[in-house]
Design a protein around this ligand. Structure first.
Ligand code: XMP
Length: 468
């Protein structure tokens, strides 16, 4: 295991990911050294070249013909004023600042730039060289092995007569989790898919077909849309909406579990969830931090607000995995490729894509129609797999337009499409003018109550991917 010390950088998770991509298990732990700010000069930010000195151990993997000045990603305000005894500088920035040091005798190496960021040329090679050649770590961590381990763990955790329930969201994580657990428990797994009225166009129909026809999962569809929408009526604050939706989910699971007991005499002891490592990092103090490890899930998560007296034990086979790793496990389990490549969809669904009160007028119908046109056009242009996530947003404002010879005062919708590695950071997708023109014209022609389409060109940070 390679431990990555977390000093609060937004890049820490990326380092973990890069190490895992090399085939080595890696986890984040909090750093305990105090960070001393130099207070110097404004720092170095963004992509810039560094000059690698010849003869170092850290860069000995580089071929003689490799450019001596690769571009790397900088993001810091500190500068090494003096090197510790026994250390030498093995790379400098354009400004002459020290950006890499080493003391091979003590096997201590330090980088100030970010080798884990995609924009750093040769960054992954440097991490691989450090881990495999210098530190001597073996690259034997594969998804096939993770899958085997998880299958064994579940078999040990759940007794031969015990049952589990799983809330399927229609997304990759919960679907792959259920498929994995189903391998072990068979009919002792009971899945429920809740239509909370905030789903995309024909979503319930489409995912139910995959669950039953392709994955043969035992799944019950619960249509709870009327109750959910009644609860949401009048709510406009994003957090209040999220909490309301998350809390309602739990009530539905509880009710479903009671029904199993009433009608079939089955009392499930376990709740299966597709919780990912980023959810855990954001919501729990990491192990080893000295703080009590908790199961609190951020309100962001689709079962946000798990009650303290939860009557189920949790089974979360992906608590230590990133999304692309779960996708790899899904492939090993035979989940259809088209399903695996689906864009993520948040638990609260369109509840966080309609700004303000979800239940006013025809907002949900308008958004569903716009979203469907957007996604279908993306597919038609062959762009779906290049995009991490694309969706439409309903804005609670009206704008003036002209349709035919008529003045209109109608809805405005936003379109958002981003590229990302894991949803933690993201950049907006640069559609061509032709695509934007086509999609905007289709939306305004087919959805008559929309007269304006805007495209969101903000990265995360400073925005988030969802609008609420
Ligand atoms: P944000 O908006 O935080 O989203 O940048 C990052 C990723 O997480 C998804 N997301 C959610 N997923 N329940 C979920 O299951 C949620 O409450 C939720 N909120 C955001 C979002 O779609 C993006 O992929």
């Amino acid at each position: 295991v390679v431990l990555v010390l977390d000093y609060g950088s937004q890049y820490t998770q990326l380092i973990c990911r890069r190490i895992r991509e090399i085939g080595i298990f890696s986890m984040m732990f909090p750093g305990d050294a105090s960070m001393v700010k130099s207070g110097a000069v404004g720092g170095e930010y963004g992509r810039m070249p560094i000059l690698i000195q010849p003869g170092s151990t850290l860069y000995s993997h580089r071929a003689a013909l490799d450019a001596p000045s690769p571009n790397v990603w900088m993001s810091h305000g500190d500068e090494a004023a003096a090197l510790p005894e026994g250390f030498s500088c093995v790379a400098r920035s354009e400004q002459g600042a020290v950006v890499a040091i080493e003391c091979p005798g003590k096997k201590i190496f330090g980088l100030q730039y970010h080798p884990e960021v995609m924009h750093t040329e040769g960054g992954t090679d440097t991490i691989r060289h450090f881990l495999l050649d210098i530190a001597g770590v073996k690259a034997d961590w594969t998804m096939a092995e993770v899958l085997e381990t998880q299958l064994k763990l579940v078999a040990e955790q759940v007794g031969p007569e015990e049952h589990a329930i799983c809330a399927l969201s229609g997304g990759v994580d919960s679907t792959v989790a259920a498929t994995l657990i189903h391998r072990v428990l068979g009919d002792r797994l009971h899945c429920v898919f809740v239509d909370h009225g905030l789903l995309r166009y024909k979503e319930a129909e489409r995912v139910m077909a995959t669950f039953t026809e392709h994955l043969h999962l035992p799944v019950t569809l619960v249509d709870d849309s009327a109750k959910m929408l009644a609860k949401l009526k009048g709510l406009t604050d994003p957090e209040a909406k999220r909490k309301c939706i998350g809390g309602h989910f739990i009530e539905v699971f509880d009710e479903y579990a009671k029904k199993l007991e009433r009608e079939l005499g089955i009392k499930p002891k376990f709740l299966v969830q597709g919780t990912l490592y980023p959810d855990v990092i954001e919501s729990c103090p990491p192990p080893g931090s000295g703080q009590k490890h908790s199961h609190t899930i951020k309100s962001h998560h689709n079962v946000g607000g798990l009650p303290k007296d939860l009557q189920f034990k949790l089974i979360e086979p992906f608590r230590e995995l990133f999304k692309d790793e779960v996708r790899a496990i899904g492939r090993l389990l035979g989940v259809p490729e088209a399903f695996i490549r689906r864009h993520p969809f948040p638990g609260p669904g369109m509840g966080v894509r309609i700004l303000g009160d979800v239940t006013v007028g025809d907002r949900l119908d308008v958004l569903r129609a716009v979203d469907e046109i957007f996604i279908e056009t993306i597919k038609e242009f062959g762009l779906y797999d290049q995009i991490w996530q694309a969706f439409a947003v309903f804005l609670p404002i009206k704008s003036v337009g002209v349709q035919g010879d008529q003045r209109t005062h109608s809805h405005v919708v936003g379109l958002r499409a981003v590229t990302s590695g894991d949803g933690m950071t993201a950049d907006w997708y640069p559609f061509t003018p032709d695509f934007l023109r086509t999609v905007s014209s289709r939306i305004c022609n087919k959805v008559r109550s929309v007269n304006r389409v805007v495209y969101d060109i903000t990265s995360k940070p400073p925005s988030t991917i969802e609008w609420e």
